[in-house]
Design a protein around this ligand. Structure first.
Ligand SMILES: *Cc1c(COP(=O)(O)O)cnc(C)c1O
Length: 390
């Protein structure tokens, strides 16, 4: 089959399924148009107005505007914050942020992958885990972050960078508490306080839409992808305090990357424009309402929901009471056109490849216009599918 035919097939699959993967979404036609635009033909190594190639007048204008929009969606001033919209993905954005702020071999504290953090938060199989000295915190037995415990670990480990942000944590992050924790360790030899990085890849759309507290009053650096709740293309940005942003820019280019993907950057700009429309606030609010509804409906049907609910766009369910592993549950659901991902639950006795839980999220179905009543229907369907195996 040709690639073109396969793309058609995948488009049809995307329309057919109920997509509950919390890191996925459906972009608008305008974003697809930007991604498929002739901007993909242009090379523009360097920052805008300081390029190594010529013919960049228009793409400079585009990149400048996208940077402005990135600050605007989070209500930030360019006097205080620098933006980089060139990272190819969230993974590279994180690596660049660490290299450009604290540098190789620095001590960094982050949430462990097993408890909901990200691979690029220093997991041992990720190069981030090899290039820096990472220590990790997790969640307590109840599935919630225990800020007193994180503070204890911080004071003992004395990191120069603390990371907050997760891929599988269903509750609000208390950025103010993380700031306080970072501030409890000082590094007089480096002449500065412990830096705080918030990786808001998952929740960026909720933050922009006012459905989750903003990290900006407290964090020194914020990294994010744009394809998740922000409903943009697969891309990423780094927003950092002005005094840090020059070094971080250098870590992105020429440190790690070559020419920026201008079609993606333009797509990000369109996503930011969309996030500034009044409707986006309703979208973000509805994503959370739907996740809460899905959690409470599943709970009513006997599912064990980690932390007993959610504050954001995702939830974790332990499926072992059904006599299933996360992998088996995910496969059964896929056969019935409901797409989820398998996920570790806190203190999971099982392994990541076949863990005890599944992770469900509502950004994609909310984009399709689904509401609380649809969540009740989906919950019942999930129960029926998982019970059917007996
Ligand atoms: C998704 C995600 C990333 C990585 O993004 P990619 O675009 O897949 O490289 C980084 N950090 C967190 C917290 C994420 O959820």
């Amino acid at each position: 089959m040709s690639i073109k035919q396969l793309i058609k097939k995948e488009s049809a699959r995307q329309k057919k399924v109920i997509n509950l993967i919390p890191s996925e979404n459906y972009v608008s036609k305008d974003i697809l148009a930007a991604l498929g635009s002739p901007l993909t033909n242009k090379y523009a190594e360097g920052k805008s107005h300081q390029r190594y190639y010529f013919g960049n007048k228009i793409v400079d204008e585009i990149e400048d505007e996208v940077k402005k929009l990135a600050l605007k969606i989070f209500k930030l001033s360019d006097k205080k914050w620098g933006v980089n919209v060139q990272p190819y993905s969230g993974s590279i954005a994180n690596l660049a942020a660490y290299l450009g702020s604290v540098g190789p071999n620095a001590k960094i504290l982050a949430m462990s992958l097993e408890h909901g953090g990200h691979l690029t938060h220093g997991h041992k199989v990720s190069w981030t885990g090899k290039l820096f000295k990472f220590e990790h915190y997790g969640v307590g037995k109840d599935g919630w972050l225990d800020y007193d415990e994180i503070e204890k670990i911080t004071q003992k480990f004395k990191p120069t960078l603390v990371i907050c942000g997760a891929t599988a944590y269903p509750r609000k992050l208390d950025f103010k508490k993380f700031r306080k924790i970072a501030d409890s360790v000082v590094h007089p030899e480096q002449g500065r306080r412990t830096l705080l990085l918030a990786d808001i890849s998952h929740i960026a759309g909720l933050v922009a839409g006012g459905a989750h507290p903003s990290p900006f009053p407290y964090a020194d650096i914020v990294t994010s992808t744009t394809q998740k709740t922000l409903r943009g293309p697969r891309g990423a940005f780094i927003i950092a305090r002005k005094e840090l942003s020059d070094n971080i820019d250098k870590a992105v280019f020429p440190g790690l990357q070559g020419g920026p993907h201008l079609h993606t950057i333009a797509g990000m700009g369109v996503a930011f424009e969309e996030a500034l429309r009044p409707g986006f606030k309703n979208y973000a609010r509805q994503v959370v309402k739907n996740a809460k509804a899905l959690a409470s409906e599943l709970k009513k049907l006997g599912f064990q929901i980690i932390t007993d609910g959610t504050d954001n766009h995702l939830l974790l369910a332990d499926v072992t009471p059904f006599g299933l592993t996360g992998k088996q549950a995910g496969e059964l659901l896929e056969k019935n056109n409901i797409i989820v991902n398998k996920n570790m639950i806190p203190n999971d006795p099982r392994k990541p490849w076949d863990p005890s839980g599944i992770r469900l999220g509502t950004p994609a179905v909310t984009t399709q216009g689904m509401r609380e009543k649809d969540m009740a229907r989906i919950a019942k369907q999930i129960l029926k599918i998982l019970n059917f195996k007996f």
